[in-house]
Design a protein around this ligand. Structure first.
Ligand SMILES: [Zn+2]
Length: 496
């Protein structure tokens, strides 16, 4: 096989495996009775999963041999090895998650038989793959706005899982149907509980754990600030004492706030079936501590007690909290020039990090890429700062391609907990292939050379199509990554 052929095949894979070698010779035919040899250390559920995936991907019944010996002890949970020859397909992994990753790679590699009108079968080119993720936590951050369609969230969860993200943080913007306090969200824009529950279970089935987020400091409006909306106060002015006078942040000196937020976060965590993480937000808490009562307190101790309360609440449940980093460092501090820092000098929160439990995970969101940065010099000083302070840190890029790549490399090099790719209100349009093409590669295999942009985008398009097949999509608006193809805008539902 020549280099050009190898590049064609590699460009179909997102993320690109760490080691891959294609061989000449007869292809492995995906047909009834095809032989699959599975070597795992923990066999629970593995044989059933592989059989069902081969059935759903290629409609074949496999002949499976299960072997519970010979798995290298140092293999990571998500790692896998593949050896494909004309007569046998061998998968080696520790257990279910590695095996599922192997199957995802195989689906991307499999090509439909040529020369017929309709699908007559699929084949896989002989190859040997040894693959493992660069970091443990590979997350996608998804927002459910009142305008968001849940089928679109489902597509993104499926695509993220297909590209080997293993976590999806779900931030619902005033649309979660709280039972404990139904007034905390839009009255006429509540999500369907059973539909959301289905997505949580679907995620588990696909190998991606859904993590709830609730903003416990700023962003208390549960609405984008540029719209001036407030999901609670706009229709329920009686609840004003729970917020600072301008409504943007919670009034954290009010004991009722802690009581109600405790109910809300526990209800959310239970609804998501108690995943090992909970995201408490805490970014951009501008105008924090501005009411009469908060002004009389030292803000640092108020925020510390507030965060520590929720940290303790989740610790009791065996879960770790994730918080955005930006209020813990000060804007204007020379060390963070060109990087995101939202604490203000009057907040006096720049020493707060010393008093926070180090089990809190810092989500360091940096959406730019400072010109002149390269791998040879110290980069991303905020990340380094929090890591040196003793926190587990996740890098959180968004749309800047160079930034995503650089942060992926940083996460691997510094052995950070991982990456949380954000999407906010922009995950469609031309940006879709950045989020679902560039970011999964940066999180899994950041040093791999990406294929040409067009190839990458077409691979993302094919994978969207496969996800659509899985969902049984037939409607024009639900295909691809935008509802409309002329002036499609950022949202799948946006009609410009
Ligand atoms: Zn207050």
């Amino acid at each position: 096989m020549n280099e050009s052929e190898i590049n064609i095949l590699k460009s179909r894979l997102i993320p690109i495996p760490q080691e891959i070698e294609f061989n000449d010779g007869q292809e492995y035919l995906l047909q009834n009775g095809c032989k699959v040899h599975l070597v795992v250390a923990v066999s629970d559920g593995v044989a059933e999963k592989v059989s069902s995936l081969f059935k759903s991907y290629w409609n074949v019944d496999i002949s499976l041999a299960l072997d519970e010996s010979g798995v290298p002890g140092q293999m990571k949970d998500d790692a896998y090895q593949l050896a494909v020859t004309d007569g046998l397909l061998a998968i080696k992994a520790k257990g279910l998650s590695g095996v599922m990753n192997a199957c995802k790679t195989l689906r991307q590699l499999a090509e439909v038989q040529r020369g017929t009108e309709k699908v007559a079968g699929y084949f896989i080119v002989p190859c040997v793959i040894k693959d493992e993720p660069a970091v443990e936590f590979r997350g996608i951050h998804l927002c459910i706005f009142p305008e968001t369609k849940l089928w679109d969230i489902e597509k993104q969860i499926r695509l993220a899982a297909y590209h080997k993200f293993n976590y999806a943080v779900i931030e619902s913007w005033g649309v979660f149907p709280f039972e404990s306090h139904p007034e905390f969200g839009w009255q006429d824009r509540k999500l369907n509980r059973s539909e959301l529950k289905r997505l949580i279970h679907l995620g588990r089935e696909l190998g991606i754990t859904l993590i709830p987020q609730f903003n416990l400091l700023g962003h208390a409006t549960a609405s984008r600030s540029v719209t001036g909306k407030h999901a609670i106060l706009d229709v329920n002015p009686a609840l004003q004492p729970l917020f600072e006078p301008d409504g943007w942040t919670w009034c954290i000196s009010n004991p009722n706030v802690r009581r109600i937020l405790t109910d809300l976060v526990l209800e959310l965590h239970d609804f998501y079936e108690q995943p090992p993480f909970f995201h408490i937000g805490c970014d951009e808490a501008d105008n924090i501590g501005t009411c009469r009562d908060c002004r009389c307190h030292e803000l640092k101790s108020l925020v510390r007690d507030h965060i520590c309360w929720f940290y303790g609440l989740f610790k009791q449940r065996g879960a770790r909290v994730i918080m955005w980093h930006d209020m813990l460092i000060e804007r204007g501090d020379k060390r963070w020039d060109g990087y995101t820092a939202c604490g203000l000098p009057e907040h006096k929160l720049n020493e707060l990090w010393k008093e926070l439990p180090k089990e809190i995970i810092i989500a360091d969101w940096q959406y730019g890429y400072k010109a002149g940065e390269d791998e040879a010099v110290t980069l991303w000083p905020t990340t380094e700062f929090f890591q040196n302070a003793g926190f587990n840190v996740m890098v959180c890029p968004w749309l800047n391609v160079e930034g995503i790549k650089s942060l992926g490399k940083l996460a691997a090099r510094k052995e950070l907990l991982g990456m949380l790719e954000t999407t906010w209100h922009i995950s469609h349009d031309n940006k879709h292939a950045i989020i679902y093409g560039v970011a999964p590669n940066a999180a899994w295999n950041p040093t791999a050379e990406l294929p040409k942009w067009l190839s990458l985008r077409l691979a993302v398009a094919l994978h969207n199509r496969q996800v659509g097949w899985d969902m049984g999509i037939k409607e024009y608006e639900k295909t691809g990554w935008n509802m409309e193809q002329v002036d499609p805008g950022h949202h799948p539902h946006q009609l410009v």
